[in-house]
Design a protein around this ligand. Structure first.
Ligand SMILES: [Zn+2]
Length: 327
């Protein structure tokens, strides 16, 4: 069920939306900015549900009218979801057809016609230019929600015509309680997942739902161990270990960096209270006793460089080798 009352965090965005609704100052264009998994879609679905509800109670949707039910099943005739069809994002034809011409058709039966544009920051410059007039002077019933990871990709002319709201990370204690109550995970695991997800609840849920995170983390602890106690032969093992999981390399590097962060943190403070990976505290302590901080700092630097090289498609094994040995 989509409702503001089921959303954890994002109080400022919710209060802005509720106020706009109550004061009848709903804008025609919104940009919601935040990482994947932060809850952008849940927020706009809840707002859309309230806006379209046939019998709202103050700023609460009734949850039982046919509009509310259609919103819950993402089946509302007057709420249109747009997704990029190409890897490169939305081209000019996509938005012309699905928004610019479509907006002229009146809503089927609701007060508003709502467009929820996923990954709107992937619109090409031409596509953005082609929607300018539409979002500036839409018919009375038109509302556009542009969901984006990075609002800097919008033209200034789009930004100036839309109300921009940036989602803030959720408190780690709120994510912990949520994971404990909704998924029955234990406190230790909840802490690891909440700190690793850095306030992104979608990411925390995804991590808890799969065993992948644990496996990936075990591998990265092993890699760090090899790095710290390095033997020439083992380094090649480490290269192979990453090579086998090339597809998820950015996740692995992210985990590796968070482990290094913990080892450095422990070295500096001799305290484990603020560790991200508190549940493997002993392993972190053990590693921290064997390594000079300078080497780890260099490894973090090398890891970032490695990721940049991957974007440029530099030879994988060679870059891993440079990353691990040049420290
Ligand atoms: Zn309703």
């Amino acid at each position: 069920m989509n409702s503001f009352y089921d959303i954890i965090g994002h109080e400022d965005v919710i209060s802005h939306m509720k106020n706009a609704y109550t004061l009848e100052k709903v804008s025609h264009a919104y940009i919601l900015e935040g990482e994947e998994g932060m809850g952008k879609k849940m927020l706009v679905n809840s707002y859309g549900k309230l806006l379209q509800c046939e019998k709202p109670d103050g700023s609460k949707p009734c949850n039982i009218c046919s509009s509310c039910i259609q919103m819950d099943t993402q089946n509302h005739p007057d709420v249109i979801y747009l997704y990029p069809t190409k890897k490169t994002g939305y081209g000019i034809d996509d938005v012309r057809e699905q928004m610019v011409s479509d907006i002229n058709i009146k809503p089927y039966r609701s007060k508003y016609k709502i467009y929820i544009i996923d990954q709107a920051d992937t619109m090409t410059i031409q596509a953005q230019n082609s929607i300018l007039k539409t979002i500036e002077e839409p018919p009375e019933y038109g509302i556009f929600f542009m969901l984006a990871v990075n609002s800097k990709k919008f033209l200034p002319t789009i930004l100036s015509r839309a109300v921009k709201m940036t989602l803030k990370p959720i408190n780690s204690s709120d994510i912990e309680s949520f994971l404990i109550s909704e998924y029955g995970v234990n406190m230790d695991k909840a802490k690891v997942l909440s700190s690793f997800s850095r306030g992104n609840i979608g990411k925390a849920i995804k991590l808890q739902e799969s065993e992948i995170f644990n496996n990936q983390r075990n591998d990265m602890v092993e890699l760090l161990d090899i790095f710290i106690n390095r033997e020439e032969y083992d380094i090649m093992e480490a290269v192979k270990l990453l090579e086998r999981q090339k597809e998820t390399i950015s996740e692995l590097i992210e985990i590796l960096i968070s482990l290094i962060r913990d080892v450095l943190y422990y070295k500096e403070t001799q305290s484990s209270s603020e560790l991200i990976h508190q549940d493997i505290e002993l392993r972190i302590i053990e590693l921290s006793n064997k390594v000079k901080p300078e080497r780890l700092v260099k490894l973090v630097k090398n890891s970032y460089e490695f990721m940049n090289q991957q974007r440029l498609h530099v030879n994988f094994s060679l870059s891993v080798l440079t990353m691990l040995t040049n420290c």
